[in-house]
Design a protein around this ligand. Structure first.
Ligand code: 5GP
Length: 210
């Protein structure tokens, strides 16, 4: 595996309502890094203000299932009645170009990525307290109560899978959470298996690539 030439894949998960999207946006605004966001595909309807091709690729169930059948998805999952997934081609291309790619996905999909690409970095975002999350979900106002209840139940189940991740980041403050993620990414870049090949070249030695 040519870890050293490929870009870093960063997988962000966390229960619905934890503020993943806001943390991701703060992360993208940090200077000194150029992250590429992998736009997911979903069968859910757009929320007011969401733009097709920017927030999600909004597709029909038929289209989504066709993409699964044609092996075009890196991962996918059903989340409270809708399908969500990561189109494979765009992610592969960016990683091949050595770029940093961020996925913001739920737990089931993240575990599929873990199985296929164990070299990725898996970060789980948590709220400072559970109640913060429930309050956020309840105040959303864009979804009926029944769906919000389903999201709360799902969030509880997702919490139990946090131990499958490499890092846990508390979103007590959006900017601080983004800073913690930057620190993780910097450390990941210095990991021996990511940097040894380049280093051996500098000192004139060779290291076989796996
Ligand atoms: P929402 O409907 O709030 O935009 O997203 C619902 C959940 O689906 C969130 O936890 C979000 O991170 C997750 N999600 C978004 N895109 C993807 C994706 O491509 N794959 C998977 N597995 N989950 C996704």
């Amino acid at each position: 595996m040519k870890l050293n030439h490929r870009g870093l894949l960063i997988v962000l998960s966390g229960p619905s309502g934890v503020g993943k999207g806001t943390v991701r946006k703060a992360l993208f605004n940090k200077k000194g890094h150029k992250f590429n966001y992998s736009v997911s595909m979903t069968t859910r309807r757009p929320r007011p203000g969401e733009v097709d091709g920017v927030d999600y690729f909004f597709v029909s169930r038929e289209q989504f299932l066709k993409n699964i059948e044609e092996d075009k998805m890196l991962e996918w999952a059903e989340f409270v009645g809708n399908y969500y997934g990561t189109p494979k081609e765009a992610v592969d291309k960016l990683l091949d170009e050595g770029k940093e790619v961020v996925l913001e996905i739920e737990v089931e999909g993240a575990l599929q990525v873990r199985a296929k690409m164990p070299e990725a970095v898996f970060i789980f975002i948590v709220p400072p307290e559970r109640e913060v999350l429930y309050a956020r979900l309840r105040s959303r106002g864009t979804e009926p109560k029944e769906l919000i209840d389903q999201r709360i139940a799902k969030a509880d189940r997702e919490f139990l899978l946090a131990h499958k991740y490499d890092y846990i980041v508390v979103n007590d403050d959006v900017d601080k959470a983004a800073e913690r993620i930057i620190a993780i990414i910097k450390a990941e870049h210095s990991k021996t298996e990511r940097s040894i090949y380049k280093y051996m070249k500098i000192i004139g030695g060779e290291k076989d690539e796996e």
